[in-house]
Design a protein around this ligand. Structure first.
Ligand code: FES
Ligand SMILES: [Fe+2]
Length: 420
């Protein structure tokens, strides 16, 4: 059965882009395919959990649930960001269960509004039998264990996973033997550097329950052909679909460009020259021309979704909870200098409203696509050349069915750059 689903996947994407089609609906609802994704896609790759700005001070933490794993990202006393399992090494209680208030919002309240998942604490204490852990995960106190045989506190630290920090984002990998992430993303470093990614700050985050599969969200985020329909009055006038193009295939990510109209590009330049903030946040200085005149979409396979604009970033984190169901957390990031402006609350209100306007357009189409995929009339449809990111994403999945990575087993697809 799984092999038949793989065959259907290969049939639509192991072909040149002009022959490529969308995925069969079954792949967005099959429990078997979802189980395979959990074991061979998500559990084998690096998954984003937090941005360092969400835990700025020692003791700051954020709870994250990812693929059924309760996690906490916390800033250690020495300033190191760490990720631990929230599963207590005593009898497996979630040490920071929903609604548990100990340690939450004692200090970070000053930076409110923050979701319930954020908090600050001097140490982590399991609410069940009061075992306490230092911020580096070490067990420091556990009452009434003196008669227990061969008990050594050093053996019962909070468990952790392979963790890496890349451009301010913390990633985990549930496979301790996984190859590192950074070497496959080095080409992005120079491009992202002018924004000073580790100095960016998350200023808004919001959770969304999604009645659609994680792949529907990745496809929607990656392609901008839909500016013609879903965003015809919001994004299409600024970034017309037909100008969009996608870079060559990469092993671990895809990178797509959304060039601005000349008029919009001129208004961005003018906002930079004059410091005008009537239509955007302050424009980041020092950007390359491509950074100034395009939005950029980056998908770090499988679940890291990043959009760069000259004044801000949007970062989407997905938790694929079941076939056809996902939990999405959207984040807006700006440079710290923007956040520290006295007029920032007003700017944020205005800019966030714009972001939500087109996000809601996306949420609506994603839910409608999932409903369509579940129909008996659904079938793989032909892709436009503007949907190259969708094809690349499918080629990533196909590579994973062969236990390899894009570009390792076949030549990389070429860039669509107009200057290539
Ligand atoms: S389960 Fe955590 S202290 Fe007992
Ligand atoms: Fe969209």
């Amino acid at each position: 059965m799984l092999q038949s689903l793989f065959d259907q996947l290969h049939a639509v994407c192991d072909v040149p882009l002009p022959n490529a089609r969308s995925l069969p609906g079954e792949l967005y609802q099959s429990p078997e395919f979802h189980q395979w994704e959990r074991q061979h896609v998500f559990a084998a790759d690096w998954l984003p959990v937090a941005h360092v700005s969400q835990i700025p001070e020692p003791g700051d933490f954020i709870t994250i649930d990812l693929l059924g794993e309760p996690l906490v990202a916390i800033r250690d006393t020495d300033g190191t960001p760490r990720v631990f399992s929230r599963v207590c090494p005593h009898r497996s209680m979630d040490i920071l269960p929903p609604g548990h208030t100990s340690g939450r919002l004692t200090k970070t309240a000053a930076r409110a509004p923050l979701p319930e998942s954020h908090g600050h604490t001097r140490f982590l204490q399991c609410p069940y039998h009061a075992w306490s852990f230092e911020l580096n995960g070490r067990l420091v106190a556990c009452p009434e264990m003196q008669h227990t045989c061969a008990f050594d506190r050093a053996d019962h630290s909070l468990r952790t996973f392979a963790t890496t920090l890349w451009n301010g984002f913390l990633f985990v990998n549930f496979d301790a033997t996984a190859p590192p992430l950074a070497p496959d993303l080095t080409e992005l470093n120079d491009f992202l550097a002018p924004w000073q990614p580790e100095q960016m700050v998350v200023v808004r985050e919001q959770d969304w329950e999604c009645d659609f599969d994680w792949k529907v969200m990745v496809e929607n985020f990656s392609e901008t052909y839909h500016h013609l329909g879903a965003h015809h009055s919001t994004l299409q006038p600024l970034m017309p679909a037909k100008r969009n193009w996608t870079e060559q295939e990469r092993r671990r990510y895809l990178h797509s460009h959304l060039p601005f109209t000349d008029r919009y590009a001129a208004s961005i330049q003018s906002a930079l020259d004059t410091g005008d903030t009537t239509a955007t946040f302050p424009i980041q200085t020092g950007l390359t021309e491509a950074g100034m005149t395009h939005w950029h979409i980056i998908i770090g396979y499988p679940l890291f979704l990043l959009l760069t604009a000259p004044d801000s970033w949007a970062w989407y984190r997905i938790d694929p909870i079941a076939p056809g169901k996902a939990r999405l957390t959207t984040h807006l990031l700006v440079p710290a200098s923007t956040r520290d402006r006295p007029d920032f609350p007003d700017l944020l209100k205005r800019e966030y409203a714009k972001l939500i306007a087109f996000h809601l357009e996306d949420m609506e189409v994603c839910a409608a696509v999932q409903r369509g995929l579940q129909s008996r009339t659904s079938q793989p449809g032909p892709l436009s050349h503007l949907e190259m990111p969708v094809w690349l994403f499918h080629r990533y999945l196909a590579a994973r069915t062969r236990q390899t990575w894009p570009t390792d087993d076949r030549p990389a697809a070429l860039s669509q750059s107009p200057t290539a």
